[in-house]
Design a protein around this ligand. Structure first.
Ligand SMILES: *Cc1c(COP(=O)(O)O)cnc(C)c1O
Length: 216
């Protein structure tokens, strides 16, 4: 994407109060720097090993987001620096993040991943499970839950995608009412569907191919 196109995307997003996370999985540090030099600071990665290889090679003021399935035994590798873990899908994982955050004398921000698509390959909690975990969140003293993340079905059916996004938005609003901690982040929308996600109340989009071109 050219600098000009990037600026106009940023403008569109910020006029809606939406944060852009540039999804940089499979992209080289050089490609990431290109976007960094346009002013981008939030980058998202899916694999721990890839992230821990790139992170030391890139500027220290990048806010790294973890958006892939996270195994408990790998939390320790990202705990020292991760800005937001978006893909928390179990209480056991919350406990592990809490433990590693304590060791690093920090608090780690996370999102709870909700399963909204009809494909069963996607990880995450369903609405009932999210509501059940809410009362337990305060026991994790070094984890701050900021909101929810979800991925819609991979589909051309706009009504279906929009209805999945608005279900997630409604769940987000319900949870906001039930928690006294401030939830401010609803991460939904990717290259193909971010406009629908924003129309349904997204506050954070995760965009890869639109910024960097098609992945191999
Ligand atoms: C890869 C990925 C994205 C970005 O997808 P694009 O279609 O390239 O924008 C967003 N969110 C998650 C969880 C991903 O794995």
């Amino acid at each position: 994407m050219t600098h000009e196109d990037f600026d106009s995307l940023k403008k569109e997003l910020s006029s809606n109060g939406v944060t852009l996370v540039a999804v940089s999985k499979t992209r080289s540090p050089e490609k990431i720097l290109e976007l960094y030099n346009f002013g981008q600071r939030d980058f998202g990665e899916n694999y721990v090993q890839e992230l821990t290889e790139k992170q030391p090679q890139l500027p220290g003021d990048i806010r790294w987001h973890f958006i892939g399935h996270l195994q408990r035994n790998k939390v320790k590798f990202i705990a020292p620096f991760i800005a937001l873990i978006q893909s928390v899908d179990s209480e056991k994982l919350l406990r592990e993040i809490d433990k590693e955050a304590k060791k690093n004398e920090r608090t780690i921000d996370v999102l709870l991943q909700v399963h909204i698509a009809d494909e069963d390959t996607k990880f995450g909690w369903d609405a009932g499970e999210i509501k059940a975990v809410l009362p337990k969140l305060s026991k994790f003293q070094n984890v701050r839950v900021k909101g929810l993340m979800g991925m819609a079905s991979f589909s051309d059916d706009k009504e279906k995608v929009t209805s999945e996004f608005s279900d997630l938005h409604n769940l987000f609003l319900d949870c906001q009412k039930e928690t006294d901690i401030s939830w401010d982040t609803l991460s939904m929308g990717m290259s193909a569907d971010y406009e629908m996600a924003i129309a349904s109340g997204s506050t954070m989009v995760r965009i890869g191919s639109l910024l960097f071109g098609k992945r191999d």
